[in-house]
Design a protein around this ligand. Sequence first.
Ligand code: AHR
Length: 496
Amino acid sequence: SLAQNNLTFNVDAAKTTISRQIYGHFAEHLGHCVYGGFYVGEGNTKIPNSNGVRNDVIDALKKLKIANLRWPGGCFADTYHWKDGIGPKDKRPSMVNTWWGGVTEDNSFGTHDFLNMCELIGTEPYLAGNVGSGTVQELIDWVQYVSFEGKSPMSDLRRQNGREKPWSVKYWGVGNEAWGCGGNMQPEYYADVYRKYATFMTGWSNDTKIFRIASGANSRDYNWTEVLMKNIPGNMLGGLALHHYSVIDWNKKGPAVDFSEQQYFSTMKQALFMDSLVIKHSAIMDKYDPQKRVALVVDEWGGWYDVEPGTNPGFLYQQNTMRDAMIAGATLNIFHNHADRVRMANLAQTINVLQAVILTKEEKMILTPTYHVMEMYNVHQDAKLIPLTIKSNDYVFGKEKLPAISASASKDSNGLVHISLVNIDAKNTQDIAIDLQGGNLKTVSGRILASAKLQDYNSFDTPAKIKPAPFQGAALKGKSLTVKMPPFSVVVLELK
Ligand code: AHR
């Protein structure tokens, strides 16, 4: 039998806040994320909606407590001209979505639609500005349009379009993937471009202090982070982004459902690599910003596979299995454990695209295993991180190995302690012994997400095949907590 995994933590050492903004999502004009996902049109009589936005989606995302929503891209953002998406819908010009399937975008879902939707969901908008093909004037007009309270050309235009009061928009992306689809810039050049844009974005908002996010590194491009941190003054920078996908090989991603254990292992290796990425990018940021004023914003993360057979390759539609639950659980644990620097993140993408939390098919909607993990984990939002040490068994595949257990813990404002655990081992049950210091905790309860097969998923015919269930595998005796975790499962415990 396997050795025990050991975890130690001291409840009284809880200090750093786990920012709720780590629980952000991403909605790009891509495939059926916005159109057919969030938005089905005001005239839709088959699918219940509020101003065209699906009511079932609003309810599900409210329950998930999504902290922020990034829009309208992605690569799309650097081709998007926001003025095409305001005013009477029948007068809005069309454009071609060159990045995603070459489809015609009719601009029926624009700024008002998005910001009003965020109010309905109860989430903070995160607008991604067009730097690649836009102008400084276009972006500052957008800031003025959504944020300015007084009388100005843009606030007048907003009122004319039916919105009296400004919205509250704090988070602004200054371009996206500037090293790639956002303009193929070099970091020195982008740093200057950023400074110019950032200069003119302030001064429009009374109550919301604007938080500007620079387009960040592609995965392990540490030089990008170095050059930006060196060349952008800290007072102009709220956050620096980072994008990393759990992709096996960009030319051979493999299927979302019928994957082998080899492919599963490779995906998990890529997912766990997030830990090294965060550590290394943070170390560079520490050199220039030892006080950690600038946030590391992982505004695109998740699993990326081949599209489902028969679907448009430009729409990035993929199913979501227990493998995705493993990515979500392990990645969120990494973010928690680096809460001092990682203060915002966005899973790619919310509906029908990549590692989605929701899939829709006409009037049907399903919640994916990833949704359930994020819902189970949201107890950590704004709670204080409890630092822990972990000694994990290996999950061995062939000649390679990965730590089987990933964990994080926090204490919330009511004194409740939550521990989230993931066993990524495809074959073995793992026993975990947890040494609890401090706190005076007396009872434990919990929930588990598990399924018979790693490849299991929720379909439109069996939408509740995978869902959280009460967990009976934890026992607390004095300071010692033991947990028995089935293979490829996620558990969230509550102690009080
Ligand atoms: O999420 C899909 C795409 O991945 C985004 O548009 C882009 O930023 C990234 O390359």
